[in-house]
Design a protein around this ligand. Structure first.
Ligand SMILES: Cc1cc2nc3c(=O)[nH]c(=O)nc-3n(C[C@H](O)[C@H](O)[C@H](O)COP(=O)(O)OP(=O)(O)OC[C@H]3O[C@@H](n4cnc5c(N)ncnc54)[C@H](O)[C@@H]3O)c2cc1C
Length: 218
């Protein structure tokens, strides 16, 4: 399945970096742990970093029901970006320094999620995206906690993916001149060993869904 670019989701700058396979959108969204959503608040843009989750073609965001930007976003046009940084590109000229990345941008109107079953589902999706296994392991939200939580849904209908890979794209005279190092320094992020809460009782052992994740990435 392909993304169907609209006027505003079509890459104009370096369009050859566009990826139109919907699977690539899912891959970027599913790998990243945070997104940034932009909303216009009192006539000015505001960009908020936050967690999220994806269920098929719906992106869920959540936060305090008192959060100004989430309240402004409910029912409003928003723009969500997700960025995975893969490398710093060292070029022979400062002009051609760059980054290798995979990034996604989603445009749309945020739908407030009010129906109880969908709210719970969305929270599960968000928790399982951040911390797979925690929905089963941790206590579920109380009515009071649910009331304190706002949930928004964004359709993945209007989205774009941009990817840069590979070495620097230097000008030929700089390449021919030699003498200056150029290349890519890969950027990696991962998990370390789990650090127990100081208030942990001795009957609470490290669960596999945490231990396994830390071990897999060290
Ligand atoms: C980690 C990182 C570092 C970057 N560093 C720089 C930098 O230093 N300087 C610079 O000029 N650019 C940088 N970019 C690229 C930047 O995000 C824009 O793509 C670029 O600046 C073109 O902007 P524009 O307004 O002309 O986009 P346009 O091509 O006009 O955007 C049109 C549409 O294309 C899509 N689109 C554009 N950019 C992206 C994107 N990155 N990801 C997904 N969809 C996109 C959106 O749907 C957007 O509405 C970086 C990107 C990343 C992810």
């Amino acid at each position: 399945m392909t993304l169907s670019p609209t006027a505003r989701s079509t890459l104009r700058r370096l369009p050859d970096r566009a990826r139109t396979d919907r699977a690539e959108l899912y891959a970027v969204l599913d790998e990243a742990l945070i997104c940034h959503f932009a909303v216009v608040l009192d006539g000015a843009p505001r960009v908020m970093p936050t967690g999220f989750g994806r269920d098929r073609d719906t992106l869920y965001l959540h936060g305090s029901s008192g959060a100004t930007s989430l309240r402004a976003a409910a029912g409003a046009p928003i723009c969500v970006t997700v960025t995975l940084l893969d490398g710093v590109v060292y070029a022979r000229s400062v002009f051609h320094h760059s980054m290798n990345y995979r990034s996604a941008m989603v445009h749309g109107r945020a739908r407030p999620v009010v129906e109880e079953q969908e709210r719970l589902h969305a929270l599960r999706v968000i928790v399982e995206h951040l911390a797979p296994g925690s929905w089963t392991h941790a206590r579920h939200p109380t009515r009071k906690e649910l009331a304190a939580t706002a949930v928004l849904a964004l359709d993945l209908a209007e989205a774009s993916v941009k990817v840069r890979t590979g070495p620097p794209k230097d000008d030929e005279p700089d390449v021919q001149a030699g003498g200056r190092w150029a290349g890519v320094l890969p950027v990696r992020s991962g998990f370390g060993p789990a650090v127990p809460c100081p208030l942990l009782r001795s009957d609470a052992t490290l669960p596999e869904h945490v231990a396994g994740r830390g071990a897999a990435c060290t």
